[in-house]
Ligand binder design. Structure first.
Ligand SMILES: [Zn+2]
Length: 361
């Protein structure tokens, strides 16, 4: 499926014929909004934009003020465990027989000491193929990539969840620091949405703007690591915690495109959730997608957003966060020094102390 030109959208369906009309209605007009705001060239990847740039931690972006509605005044149904039937984190979704839905997810992690990348080659490919996906964006990432964040919000192919404020390990946080890591990204989301809504190009696009959620619904823990307290804090914020069932291993520079595609193909089951990165640290992810996506489609899989996947079946929920086996993401407690409350001896003897992967999930 090729990119639709603004002209085509303006005259409603010249590209797809009459079939475009229900599709346009189904996306709430977001495609028309996007086309009104950006020419295809402005949406496309730019050379070098995928490369993270270090910056002093003191230059980190200040989180936006978290409004009362984001802090406390959530709708009662949202405040009840984020809408999950049981407390925990979603690893995959059990689907009715015959439904072969699968969810691609891409994390947009950014720490306080950097401006992370935007891997436009990934997004361009997904758009060119009409592949739906979910992006988990860090709060600071959204504010350091306001234009890209607004483009992603306007795109009917994508759902935007959040991924911490500056990618801190919530197992090690409490109080205001924990609240900031979990809730401030929602305020960043709202700020970008408001900015898009007030843009000149959005005039007359009220229906399309209304189709963009006012706040994110999904949260992915930085490092895929959580504690009972941080799980509860996510639920209290009205967010659903989303883990994954297939790790592509793409944060490792040594992980080849072929190996990433192979992990997707080998692990794919109906209801799977695949994690990759689009912040410049999925080093060979863009090259892997053209290998994996057509092959998965040939096997009958349909790509959907996380909310669509959740709506289609029953979430498989784990009580703790982990990658392949319970406890394995606890090693991130030791990435940046000794875990508070642990003895130096425990730190030195922990098998995890020297086995942290090179880059964060
Ligand atoms: Zn991350």
């Amino acid at each position: 499926m090729g990119r639709r030109s603004p002209t085509c959208w303006a005259i409603a369906g010249c590209y797809f014929g009459l079939a475009a009309l229900p599709a346009a209605a189904a996306d709430g007009g977001r495609a028309a909004l996007q086309a009104a705001c950006w020419a295809p060239a402005a949406l496309a990847a730019r050379m070098g934009e995928n490369i993270p740039v270090r910056r002093p931690a003191r230059a980190a972006t200040r989180p936006p003020k978290v409004g009362d509605d984001l802090a406390l005044g959530l709708a009662p149904e949202a405040a009840r465990g984020g809408g999950l039937p049981a407390p925990g984190v979603v690893r995959s979704v059990a689907l009715p027989p015959g439904r072969k839905l699968i969810a691609l997810t891409f994390d947009l992690c950014e720490t306080a000491g950097e401006t992370a990348g935007y891997d436009g080659a990934i997004i361009d490919y997904l758009r060119s193929q009409g592949v739906k996906a979910t992006l988990f964006a860090g709060g600071q990432w959204m504010l350091s990539h306001r234009l890209r964040a607004a483009q992603l919000l306007s795109d009917p192919l994508f759902e935007i969840g959040t991924h911490g404020w500056v990618h801190r390990n919530t197992r090690l946080l409490a109080g205001a620091e924990l609240a900031r890591e979990i809730r401030a990204p929602s305020a960043a989301f709202a700020a970008v949405r408001a900015e898009l809504g007030s843009a000149e190009c959005a005039a007359g696009q009220a229906a399309a703007l209304a189709a963009i959620p006012e706040r994110p619904r999904l949260f992915r823990f930085p490092f895929g690591a959580c504690s009972a307290a941080s799980l509860q804090a996510v639920a209290d914020a009205g967010l659903i915690a989303i883990q994954w069932s297939i790790a592509t291993g793409d944060p490792s520079p040594a992980r080849s495109a072929h190996a990433i595609a192979e992990a997707m193909l080998r692990g794919a089951r109906p209801g799977s959730i695949i994690i990759s990165h689009a912040n410049g640290r999925g080093y060979h992810t863009a090259a892997a997608l053209p290998m994996a996506i057509p092959a998965l489609r040939a096997r009958g899989f349909e790509f959907v957003t996380l909310s669509q996947l959740l709506a289609a079946g029953r979430p498989i929920i784990a009580e703790t966060c982990y990658d392949a086996r319970p406890g394995d993401t606890d090693r991130y407690d030791f990435l940046f020094g000794r875990r508070p409350g642990t003895s130096p001896a425990l730190e030195l003897t922990s098998p995890h102390a020297r086995t942290a992967p090179p880059l964060p999930q």
